[in-house]
Design a protein around this ligand. Structure first.
Ligand code: PMP
Length: 359
């Protein structure tokens, strides 16, 4: 899309000059730039999903279940924590869930605070919903302390606070005292984006533990990562039933297609098989961290399926050099750093071999 096209349109002022979210989708052998699960679904799950879709497609002359009750019940069962369908909401990716949260709790005259660097869609979703974005700060080593979070919330009094745990792009999970500090000080909603929770190192707590007694806490999750269903577009939240009622005021009617609901339910019935790849991915992640450190690079601890590594004088040149070697990683716009997704052992081999040549 050219700038000239937009300038000729009466587009909202705050959208002028913005770029659409867009990680490059390039035809490269080793694609490690969007934190997908590199493992395709096992055959038995492909068969089960295909069967569920074949049943669902017979009814697509009718609108789907607007409230996606069966799917939400399945998601509640997966999360445990005493959750039930009244505390779960689902949409087309956790991106859409977060957009709905901002439509309900942000919007014109309101603000959202996040702690940079974090997930780049949070500010974009804020702007697109007319919510003023406030760029909070992390420590120099990308950490986030409870006291600093509380102080920034007191200063800005945002309507929505975004925490990301494990944080994208840095990879590290937040201790729960940070979430508690946000809940104790925030005047509005606290959204904890746990897209990568399943990859956390043992003993990492989830903000789901804090849901009882906290009506303004929302935990968002996705089936795009650990469940290897990025192409299905299915994300969800867990929160107080009142939050679920609130997002229903802004969701489009029948927003979640019958096919998406059917695929999600079938996948959840095979959660155990699907999640087997999580351990394999974590092994590759830990191997990437250890090997890059042995190469003398600085590498953030990771509870996710990706690793942030640096520091480079010119990360763009390293990104390009890797691409020349048929390996696509992510330049997240953080000067000196790059992010690589942990995939299969063969993908790790290719990435580490290329890095060895470069350092
Ligand atoms: N949150 C974080 C932190 C992410 O990295 C991503 C995907 N890149 C998402 C949410 C959105 O994922 P999806 O919309 O596929 O659920």
């Amino acid at each position: 899309m050219s700038v000239a096209d937009l300038n000729g349109l009466p587009i909202r002022d705050e959208l002028r000059g913005m770029s659409p979210y867009g990680a490059p989708q390039l035809a490269v052998s080793v694609r490690l730039n969007t934190n997908e699960n590199s493992y395709p679904l096992p055959d038995e799950v492909v068969t089960a999903v295909a069967k569920a879709l074949a049943v669902a497609v017979r009814d697509v002359n009718r609108y789907p279940d607007r409230d996606a009750v069966a799917l939400r019940a399945g998601l509640a069962g997966y999360l445990g924590h005493g959750l039930d369908v009244s505390r779960i909401w689902a949409a087309n990716g956790s991106n859409e869930v977060q957009q709905q949260l901002l439509q309900a709790f942000g919007g014109p005259g309101r603000s959202a605070l996040g702690f940079t660097p974090a997930y780049s869609m949070h500010p974009l979703l804020a702007t697109a919903t007319g919510t003023r974005w406030i760029d909070g700060k992390r420590d120099a080593d990308f950490g986030l302390k409870a006291g600093d979070v509380a102080a920034q919330i007191r200063e800005h009094r945002p309507d929505v606070v975004f925490l990301c745990s494990p944080n994208n792009p840095t990879g590290t999970a937040l201790p729960l005292d940070v979430v508690s500090a946000a809940l104790d000080t925030a005047p509005g909603m606290v959204v904890v984006d746990e897209a990568y929770a399943e990859f956390s190192r043992p003993g990492t707590p989830s903000a789901l533990d804090l849901l009882p007694g906290h009506q303004r806490l929302v935990v968002t999750r996705t089936m795009s990562k650990a469940f290897a269903l990025a192409g299905v577009r299915l994300g969800y939240l867990a929160a107080d039933p009142a939050v679920v009622d609130a997002v229903q005021l802004v969701r489009l009617p029948y927003h979640l297609s019958a096919l998406t609901q059917a695929a999600g339910q079938a996948a959840l019935e095979h959660a155990e098989v699907l999640l087997r790849t999580v351990e394999a991915v974590k092994e590759q992640r830990d191997r990437i961290v250890a090997t890059l450190r042995a190469y003398g690079l600085t590498v953030a601890d990771s509870d996710a399926n990706f690793v942030l590594f640096g520091e480079f004088r010119d990360q763009k040149a390293v990104w390009q050099a890797l691409l020349t070697r048929d390996v696509l990683v992510r330049d997240v716009g953080l000067r000196g750093w790059l992010r690589v997704t942990a995939g299969t052992p063969a993908e790790t081999d290719a990435f580490l071999a290329a890095m060895k040549e470069l350092v």
